[in-house]
Ligand binder design. Structure first.
Ligand code: ADP
Ligand code: MG
Length: 704
């Protein structure tokens, strides 16, 4: 029996959204809340009490028994502590359901167990969660029943940000202020707010749960630490956009329905480049909502997979030698009255406002390339960026032919007089319509590409929160706007000033534009000639977060204080070291307890069979002998590498936490891990499959 779902009916079913608020809140309260949401006005406790009450009533109707302040500490995932709605039992022995304005606005989880990077010693564990009313509350249903989730920001007792949300909201303020300044100078008197719009495309892998359970590396680290390449990889390109198999299709159907109920506008789904790899993209939303929704998407992908007998891998590189997963961050700026500031129009060379905004973005990305690169760094992403896979670790901007030509004109002559026309695409088939062509082709190798009316930042890793990259994007662009506005506000001839600024920014920062193949070795060399940074790993990227230039930038807009940046740097080094330490120890564990014993068994079988054949006949046993020799020598190599890895891991773990330790893990321990993996992967190709202690890449990738 198939049930049909009316999407429009279920969409937003579990969200305390605008419609619900209008329906349930007294008019005056509703207006006050809207003022808070739209203009950042402070909410008084009496109003909050009314909202809390209605929110609770609504949530209870949805089956909720608990509420939680849902927040995003610096662990990369969300955190929550559940409280039920019950009040202290009455004389009668009954309980009431209660939820106060205070409980809605402020929570106090024990903050001591979340990373704070020295901002808060464990003895002063106070941390507060504060309701972020700009992102709607929702009721989540799972095995534990239903819970009212209230999106919150998480701060220390002294107001320092301990989460992803707080700096994001601050950076939204920064770009709003500067973008409005700029719009006013162009004569716009009507727009009241400018907000970054973000659409993050989420890539993921799906594998069979029973096979997953047999891979300790996946269980402990989210990626395979061993594994020889299967005979077939992705070379046939037959998976990308291929027909979605029914098991996966029914999974996607349930993911979509769950997301729609939570007001997440899941839109696009398809198979990705690698076997077992897929993508889900929602319709873009205001960046703070997009960040929350992306967390909900990641959680939903995982939980639904579990119900379908599968496991969802969000790691950036679950399988070596196979395409990794990213999270393309599509970013644009939208006014409250619906203008996209990144819309070039048909004749961009005449669109002076667009040209200034565009050249400001070029300037921002060029001036702060290291910071932007750092914002996309996470431990897993090191296997994509700057490793043998794209996008490259070098930040560059792809503009497409039309805009690149406009910039060329500006740089060469100081004036842009024409825009290349896009034209129509003639299919040559009468029954097919001719299509209007986009003005630029796609360049999938560029880390930062203009795609018509938005930029697509492609470096972000699949498991990472998109908050960090957007904090940086918002702030660096705000800074370029600020610089332009400072000039414009004091100019005698505004038009001339704008003209000069566009030319200046285009000329000074055109080195960041690159329209060619970003995967090629020539580009690495060319980028070096242009003086563009090429930061190949997270440990080398981290220091840029707190160099004096970055501190000045973030402090200028109140996005981060020096202390907050320093704490984040500490947390990042520690996270790096911890992750590699877990990976190294997992390898040691698997090699010691599973792989070496299996290989020993196999050599014993070989040896016994050689003896048996020799006793029984004069048959040629040279193949068996060869195999035994080969296997034994790789076994020796593995054991030596294992001992070395053990030694280095112990040495690393004994070091004091911080930059040096992270570097040691990065330079020494990672090398030792590779040295162990090499002979083990070769052994996998020799040893009897029935004796190999875990499913192969082929089993994992092609038998979902
Ligand atoms: P692609 O062809 O790049 O894979 P997708 O359709 O998978 O494109 O994803 C594009 C993403 O960009 C979607 O999330 C979409 O909503 C988002 N997007 C579209 N327009 C804008 C915009 N103006 N600003 C921000 N994001 C946008
Ligand atoms: Mg896509």
């Amino acid at each position: 029996m198939s049930e049909y779902v009316k999407v429009a009916e279920i969409f937003g079913q579990h969200v305390f959204n605008d419609t619900v608020m209008q329906e349930r809140l007294p008019k005056k309260i509703y207006r006050e809340l809207k003022n808070t949401i739209e203009e950042g006005k402070e909410l008084d406790l009496a109003t909050a009490d009314v909202i809390a009450h209605e929110m609770k009533e609504w949530a209870i109707e949805q089956g909720a028994t608990h509420y939680t302040h849902w927040f995003q500490p610096l662990t990369g995932v969300t955190a929550e502590k559940h409280d039920s709605f019950i009040s202290a039992p009455l004389e009668s022995g009954k309980v009431l359901m209660s939820f106060s304005g205070k409980e809605l606005i402020k929570g106090e989880p024990d903050a001591s167990s979340f990373p704070s990077g020295g901002l808060r010693a464990t003895f002063e564990a106070r941390g507060y969660t504060a309701w972020d009313c700009t992102s709607p509350a929702f009721v989540r249903h799972d095995a534990g029943g239903a819970t009212l989730c209230i999106p919150t920001a998480f701060c220390s007792y002294t107001g320092e940000a301990l989460d992803q949300k707080t700096p994001l909201l601050r950076s939204m303020e920064a770009i709003n202020t500067q973008a409005l300044r700029l719009l006013r100078l162009f004569g716009n008197t009507t727009s009241k707010r400018v907000t970054p719009s973000v659409g993050p495309e989420q890539e993921y892998f799906l594998i069979d749960k029973e096979k997953y359970k047999k891979r300790k590396d996946l269980i402990f680290t989210g990626r395979t630490l061993f594994g020889a390449m299967p005979p077939k990889g992705q070379e046939m390109d037959d998976h990308y956009f291929g027909k979605i198999r029914s098991r996966v299709a029914s999974y996607m159907k349930e993911v979509n329905q769950e997301l729609w109920k939570l007001g997440v506008s899941a839109k696009t789904q398809h198979n990705e480049a690698a076997p077992a790899q897929h993508e889900l993209a929602p319709i873009y939303a205001k960046v703070n909502v997009a960040v929350d929704h992306n967390q909900i998407i990641m959680q939903t992908l995982k939980s639904v997979a579990n119900r379908h007998g599968m496991h969802c891998l969000l790691h950036e590189k679950p399988f070596a030698g196979v395409n990794g997963s990213g999270k393309h961050n599509n970013w644009s700026l939208t006014t409250d009255d619906g203008i996209n500031l990144l819309e070039p129009g048909k004749t961009p060379h005449e669109n002076v406002q667009f040209l200034l905004i565009l050249t400001c973005i070029l300037k921002a990305v060029d001036d702060y390339a290291e910071l932007l690169r750092e914002s996309a760094a996470d431990v897993g992403n090191d296997h994509r960026l700057g490793a043998n896979e794209a996008p490259p670790a070098i930040i560059s901007v792809f503009l497409g032919d039309q805009l690149e030509d406009v910039i060329d004109q500006l740089v060469n002559t100081g004036m842009a007089t024409h825009s290349i026309k896009s034209g129509t695409l003639e299919t040559g088939v009468k029954t097919l319509p001719n299509l209007n062509k986009d003005t630029s082709d796609r360049n999938r190798t560029s880390p930062f590409a203009f795609t018509g009316n938005k930029f697509e930042f492609r470096m972000v890793g699949s498991s990472d929160s998109v908050a960090g990259p957007n904090v940086v994007l918002n702030t660096i662009v705000a800074d370029a706007f600020r610089e332009a506005c400072d000039e414009m506000e004091k100019a005698e001839d505004l038009n001339l000033c704008i003209h000069d600024l566009i030319k200046k920014f285009a000329t000074e920062h055109c080195r960041i534009i690159f329209n060619g193949n970003g995967y090629s070795q020539e580009w690495v060399e060319e980028a070096a000639r242009r003086g563009l940074p090429n930061i190949t790993n997270m440990v080398d990227a981290i220091p840029y977060l707190k160099d004096e230039k970055s501190i000045a930038l973030f402090e200028r807009f109140g996005v981060f204080t020096r202390a907050e940046l320093e704490s984040r740097v500490e947390i990042k080094y520690e996270t790096y070291s911890k992750v590699i330490n877990i990976e190294a120890r997992s390898m040691i564990d698997i090699a010691t307890k599973q792989i070496i014993p299996a290989v020993v068994k196999y050599t014993t079988v070989l040896a016994n069979s050689i003896n048996a054949v020799r006793q029984a006949s004069d048959a040629d046993v040279s193949v068996q002998v060869d195999l035994l020799n080969q296997t034994s020598s790789l076994l020796r190599e593995s054991k030596t590498a294992l001992e070395e890895l053990k030694k280095l891991t112990e040495e690393a773990a004994a070091m004091e936490a911080g930059q040096e330790q992270a570097q040691f893990y990065n330079r020494k321990v990672m090398k030792a891990m590779e040295a162990l993996r090499r002979p083990v992967d070769e052994l996998e190709m020799l040893v009897d499959k029935d004796m190999w202690p875990m499913p192969s890449y082929g089993d994992l990738l092609f038998e979902v």
